[in-house]
Design a protein around this ligand. Sequence first.
Ligand SMILES: [Zn+2]
Length: 249
Amino acid sequence: MSEWSAHSLDCNCLGRRHFLKLASAATVVGINGAAFFLTDSARADALTKELRDKLTPEQIIQAMQNGNKRFRRGERKDRNYLREQKASAKGQYPAATLLSCIDSRAPAEVIMDLGIGDIFNCRIAGNVRSSDVLGSMEFACKLAGAKVALVMGHTACGAIKGAIDNAELGNLTGLLAKIKPAIEATTYTGERSAKNYGFVDAVGRKNVELTVAGIRKDSPILAELEAKGTIKITGAMYNVETAAVEFFD
Ligand SMILES: [Zn+2]
């Protein structure tokens, strides 16, 4: 990313204020992504369709990375949730859809400093996919225009530990069964138990990789959007100890 875009994404992207100021400046320089970001550090109250549509998947991922850096520094955007709520009440134009875990320590909007209207976030234990999840992501990308489909796992995941331990409980048994292929597929030389966090995190990472591959396989709609370059499907791991989100590519 060039300096201007990194700076501007920090200032403008995914949660802005003073949109009218930005819009009038954009009129002067022309409506394109670069010009938008070059204008100034003005912000709108919520992501607009016009701005979202100008962003590339790479810029959106960069904005999420920038937000995570702010979170790790103990900073966050000077945002006003009530203004974001009001600005997005009549329409939403989120930039990304996430599939992430229900873990209380891994709320994507907080750890990547995102605001109301910025992302569609599917949260389910172990960030496993199902036809309902894929349907949600297809809605987000094909119908609502989101440009990134991100599967975000995290370290020390209880669902991964449960799958390794063959835990059984009501409907949870079936959910954990969806993680088991990742256990088999994980190459690991140390102790393969839920007590070994190194192994748990290796399985968590493999689970994200397999889920990303599974999305491409089981959703021709999302695979086609990716093949055309409209969206990017990728994975990430959130480290609950360091607070860092590591994007896979
Ligand atoms: Zn988890």
